[in-house]
Design a protein around this ligand. Structure first.
Ligand SMILES: [Zn+2]
Length: 173
């Protein structure tokens, strides 16, 4: 979000040059800049040894589509810690190694999505109440259930990256 008023004292912000960042909202009272802020979220593709991935439905999202596990990071967490926490909370799965799968800007929520891919074993999911449903779906079938690919669709981007990885592993064999 771009600040118009100082979050500390409520003074209407002016604009002041901040080096290479150019004109930036500035509180003349507190004498500090207020750079635009956004949220950090994690989005995690959980795969098993059968080449299935977890797709989940959130009650507050469309009933039609399922997606990867995602959530807001908390202050003090690394993105890796946050990714593991979300998966543990929502699916009851403790992840071992996770692999960073890039960042994606989600303009609708003003959020930077940190993508991850994690390989685990096939196991029962213990769903949190935050989820309407979640299940293992074969990698090839998954797009049928996911939101259509579009710019800013982090789930689709992480999915494509995973498919690409599997394909390159198979050619290397
Ligand atoms: Zn102020």
């Amino acid at each position: 979000m771009v600040y118009k008023y100082c979050p500390t004292c409520g003074t209407r912000l002016t604009k002041k040059m901040a080096g290479d960042d150019g004109l930036t909202p500035f509180c003349p009272n507190c004498e500090r800049y207020w750079f635009p802020t956004f949220s950090d979220c994690v989005i995690v593709l959980v795969a098993n040894e059968l080449n299935e991935i977890v797709l989940a439905k959130m009650p507050y999202l469309s009933h039609q589509y399922a997606s990867l596990i995602s959530g807001y990071m908390q202050p003090g967490e690394s993105a890796e810690t946050s990714a593991k926490r979300e998966v543990e909370e929502e699916l009851g799965i403790t992840l071992g190694n996770i692999e960073y799968a890039g960042t994606y800007w989600f303009g609708k929520s003003e959020a930077l999505m940190h993508g991850f891919i994690s390989r685990t074993t096939n196991q029962d999911l213990k769903l949190s109440r935050e989820l309407a449903s979640a299940k293992w779906v074969s990698v090839s079938e998954a797009p049928k259930y996911m939101f259509p690919d579009s710019p800013g669709n982090a789930a689709a981007a992480v999915y494509r990256k995973f498919v690409h990885e599997i394909a390159s592993q198979q050619t290397n064999r």
